[in-house]
Design a protein around this ligand. Sequence first.
Ligand code: PMV
Length: 361
Amino acid sequence: MSSTTRHPATYEAPPNIALVKYWGVRDVARALPYNSSFSVTLAGMRSHTRVEFDPALTADLVVLNHAAAEEGPRLAVVRFLDRVRSMAGIRERAHVESENDFPTASGLASSASGFAALAGAASRAAGLRLTDRAIAQLARYGSGSACRSVFGGFVEWHAGEDPDGRDCYAEPAFGPNHWPQLVDLVVLVRDAPVKEVRSADAMQTTVRTSEYFPQRQKEVPLRLKKIRAAIGAKSAEKLFPLVMEECDSFRKACETSRPSLDYLTSTSRAVIAAVQHANESARRPIAAYTHDAGAHVHVFTLQRNLARLETELGAIDGVERTLVVRPGPGAHEVSTRSAPTARAGRTRAPAARGRSRSSAR
Ligand code: PMV
């Protein structure tokens, strides 16, 4: 394809929260994980990314949330573009503009949504026509978990066994409307520390140093199978204990790393304790906590328990606010007219149905 026929492309992609965590890379060059993982794609939040390859540019121009990206974040995008350029056999530099309609620093997996959107937009703008599976395979080079954000609903990323990674791919397990009663109450904690080490690096510290990591690798496949089955059967009573068990296992892998990795604040721990307490008082699992490499806590529950949990967890000291999020659709191309920053009068979509701590009471 000649540069004159190349067109800009724009993709939108959502974040996801892992119910079974990806934590450990077995082959860095091929971006292959040790274990399969499983996540829920989150509705109402999007990264919106526009890419244009331009023969007039001498260097890639990367604008993230209206500011020119520098150093690490810029380099990650440039490396990703290099991969796309080599796949497409092109040399032009690109103009990339990406923005999130949810707070980037909020710890809500903006790298997953960002790289899923970049994989779609950059490959399309380079003239490639990739299937969603191939876009997901590309996205994981930016951020492993990004491959799951390409698809909607409940998504499994198969680790595979092939040394070349041919059997490593993500695919949807259940659609976004599979279990309408299931909700994710995201509890945003105040003063969540900004991550100092990228997850991709932190997880390799775990692989190298955690005595528990090999044991975790033995546990995960069966737990994933049970989690997938519980979701298939829409059984909250089966699902919620497994989600917490997996989160505890992930946290143990982090805590047993040297140096130890601790992503939680005292508020996150209070939220976890409150969920445990709610389950004990109900004498059955009515909710499940999980968290990523960050301090915010995702609490899965059923619609009928939502109001009560929103009030209880929203009132915990140190909780900034809560968001109610549901499973949603995956990444998709949107029409490209102008750069996202130039769209006149665009009202920002609400990230989700958010409530401030005070209004949640
Ligand atoms: O995709 P990365 O490199 O940002 O790592 C994601 C790690 C976790 O969020 C903790 C787990 C996961 O599977 O999303």
